[in-house]
Ligand binder design. Structure first.
Ligand code: PSU
Ligand code: MN
Length: 308
């Protein structure tokens, strides 16, 4: 690895990695662009607490002053949550961010890219990007990174704003193994069900760790996508959700929203139009996914600890 010059792993995370203790990567786009204030900073801190409570070290990832930061302190988290000039950086933007010394939040794609190079194996997020609805086609850069980076990515499926059947097909074509964590179909972000298949069900962190180890033995180099349903008390009712989503998509069309602005726009619209119901679901699933990811990371490091 020769890009370490721009990689800044904070002391906690570096110590945990060198001692082979569990580490969970967390993304920052959800903080800067996915959630409104003040819930964004509250959630960012809560996710770190949850990871710690499970005995793992959180590594929230962002680009600050052109450095690829792995593990943020409280003032750095605050900057991501409150500054107006925080860009949304995917992998195509990383070199620009570094060269121009930008401050930016990392998406699923760029968080995976950085976390993998830092030596982290487990990453938790809300919903991954995918194939958008509409005719363009607009395909999130999250998908090709999932196809290339051997990490465990814990999420609640792809975001409901997407074309979920097309996203499911893309995952299949690109050899990304989809795990249903204590469920038999892929969750659909704010909903527990999508009608779309998983490849395998796992009920425990041990089963996930075993599958990941087997992938590595076989040298299958894609991600293991572990999909976890939103907790039932925060799930948004289907028909209400469909209406809210339809209205939000129509508004995006009227406002001619495109490119990197599509996802944040739709998330904010849905939250407004649902009186915060989708926001509550988003936060609940983020928290739950962080917990599951930490449990998986803990199991992974106890398994590797047992090796001679
Ligand atoms: N999950 C959430 N909220 C978010 C995102 C994911 O619960 O805001 C972010 C992730 O950073 C993901 C990005 O990578 O949305 C996808 O954006 P796009 O569709 O432009 O690739
Ligand atoms: Mn896009």
């Amino acid at each position: 690895m020769d890009n370490t010059e721009f990689l800044q792993t904070n002391r906690d995370v570096a110590a945990a990695l060198s001692d082979h203790r569990p580490v969970v990567a967390l993304e920052s786009t959800v903080i800067a662009h996915g959630l409104p204030r003040p819930q964004n900073i509250e959630t960012a801190e809560r996710l770190e607490q949850i990871v710690r409570a499970e005995g793992a070290t959180p590594a929230t990832i962002a680009v600050l002053d052109g450095m690829l930061c792995v593990g943020l302190d409280r003032p750095q988290l605050d900057q991501i949550a409150t500054r107006q000039d925080i860009k949304k950086l995917s992998v195509r933007d990383l070199a620009i961010g570094v060269a121009h010394k930008w401050n930016g939040a990392t998406t699923v794609a760029s968080t995976m890219w950085i976390a993998h190079r830092a030596g982290i194996k487990v990453f938790a997020t809300g919903g991954v990007g995918g194939v958008h609805r509409g005719s363009l086609p607009d395909v999130s850069a999250d998908l090709p990174q999932l196809a290339q980076i051997p990490m465990i990515v814990v999420c609640s499926g792809a975001k409901i704003v997407l074309d979920l059947p097309a996203t499911r097909e893309w995952l299949e074509t690109n050899s990304i193994t989809v795990v249903g964590y204590q469920c038999d179909e892929m969750p659909a972000f704010y909903s527990q069900t999508s009608g779309l298949p998983i490849d395998v069900r796992c009920d425990t962190p041990e089963e996930v760790a075993h599958l990941f180890a087997t992938q590595r033995h076989l040298d299958v180099r894609s991600a293991l996508l572990v999909t976890v349903p939103v907790p039932s008390d925060a799930e948004v009712e289907q028909s209400f959700l469909n209406k809210v989503l339809e209205d939000s998509l129509a508004q995006a069309e009227r406002d001619q929203i495109s490119g990197r602005n599509v996802t944040p726009f739709l998330l904010a619209q849905m939250s407004q139009r649902s009186d915060g119901a989708t926001l509550r679901a988003n936060i609940a699933l983020l928290e739950n996914n962080a917990r599951v990811a930490a449990q998986i990371a803990a199991t992974l490091s106890s398994v590797s600890e047992a090796r001679p």
